[in-house]
Design a protein around this ligand. Structure first.
Ligand code: TPP
Ligand code: MG
Length: 330
């Protein structure tokens, strides 16, 4: 489908979501420096199109599993910046009551089965959810986000094996950003196209420009449709790039300025904005209104987080034994 064939509202919504992800990350980085947010942040700046394009192809009752680089996935699946920011700031109003932080955010009501500090850890969880959907005969899809590095984990291969065997309604979405921490792709896997790995598990492997939100959307939509109608799983590989370090503070000695600059030219948010102006003649004022609204949302999110209480030390064990935090049904 060409860009002019999409409804204008849908295009603007994709832009709004990608911008929200971008600005959320930049704001979180700034607030971490300012002392509001403790701990590490693995930002997804540069990878907004995979998160937003993939989740746009899902329905509200579909589910995702995420990664250590998961803020974009959460926003794209409907996570609200104020509760996310509060979680990052370790406040009781956050998605996990301030106990989980960046690596463990979840909201089962939104179909977000969790970020995950274990590389590849979300992949079998998505397969488990897909198995539940198949057993219950529910027309729902589970989508697992994971990085290129995760495809070298046993969990990836075991999960794809069972999903392929049982034709489970799952989409495996690999965000191939060319690095696992400081290790380039070519030094960690004997294949450059990770979609090739699908053939071992009798499922299609699809390669897509991970910086083109519409291409990601179309590929994921086809994969989700196939899953929903009993066709089984698909491995989608989005080729993309993280513009910042593996974590904030990473000296990034493993890559060149020229490489980073080349990928900046392919910035998914900036380029999509350009396409909206040039190819579908969206007025600049429409984009400016979205940009203003996103800033307001983030200002409010930071203010909400900063004004929220920290968990009381004596409440440390609450929820540990499954007694309090309801809503664990997805
Ligand atoms: C099982 C496991 N091994 C190692 C780590 C340490 N670790 C955290 S992120 C990461 C790199 C993951 O690379 P990739 O899957 O490509 O994701 P990206 O960071 O590029 O988004 C590693 C090795 C971990 N968290 N879990
Ligand atoms: Mg990677």
């Amino acid at each position: 489908m060409k860009i002019e064939d999409y409804p204008k509202e849908q295009l603007l919504e994709l832009y709004r979501q990608m911008l929200t992800v971008r600005e959320f990350e930049l704001r979180a980085i700034a607030e971490r420096r300012a002392g509001l947010i403790p701990g590490f942040i693995h930002s997804c700046v540069g990878q907004e199109a995979t998160a937003v394009g993939a989740c746009a192809a899902l329905r509200p009752d579909d589910v995702i599993t995420s990664t250590h680089r998961g803020h974009g996935h959460l926003v794209a699946k409907g996570g609200l910046p104020k509760y996310m920011m509060a979680e990052l700031a370790a406040r009781t109003t956050g998605y996990c009551l301030g106990r989980g932080g960046s690596l463990h955010m979840a909201d089962f009501g939104l179909g977000i089965l969790g970020a995950n500090g274990i590389v590849g850890g979300g992949i079998p969880i998505a397969v488990g959810a897909a198995l539940a959907f198949q057993i219950r005969k529910e027309p729902r899809v589970a989508l697992a986000f994971f990085g290129d590095g995760a495809t070298n984990e046993g969990a990836f291969h075991e999960a794809l094996n069972l999903a392929g065997l049982w034709k489970l309604p799952v989409v495996f979405f690999c965000e191939n950003n060319l690095y696992g921490e400081g290790t380039p792709q070519a030094m960690q896997a004997p294949v450059a196209d990770l979609a090739l790995r699908a053939s071992s598990y009798a499922m299609p492997g699809v390669i897509v420009d991970g910086n083109d939100v519409l291409a990601v959307y179309a590929a994921t939509q086809a994969a989700a449709e196939r899953a929903r109608t009993g066709g089984g799983p698909t491995l989608v590989e989005g080729k993309t790039y993280r513009q910042r370090g593996h974590y904030e503070g990473d000296p990034m000695v493993y890559r060149t300025k020229a490489e980073m600059e080349a990928w900046k030219q392919r910035d998914p948010v900036v380029n999509f904005r350009g396409r909206l102006l040039a190819e579908v003649e969206v007025p600049e004022t429409d984009l400016a209104a979205i940009e203003q609204a996103v800033q307001t949302t983030l200002d409010q999110a930071v203010a909400f987080a900063a004004a929220s209480p920290k968990p009381a030390p004596e409440a440390a064990l609450a929820g540990v034994y499954g007694d309090t935090h309801g809503g664990l049904v997805f």
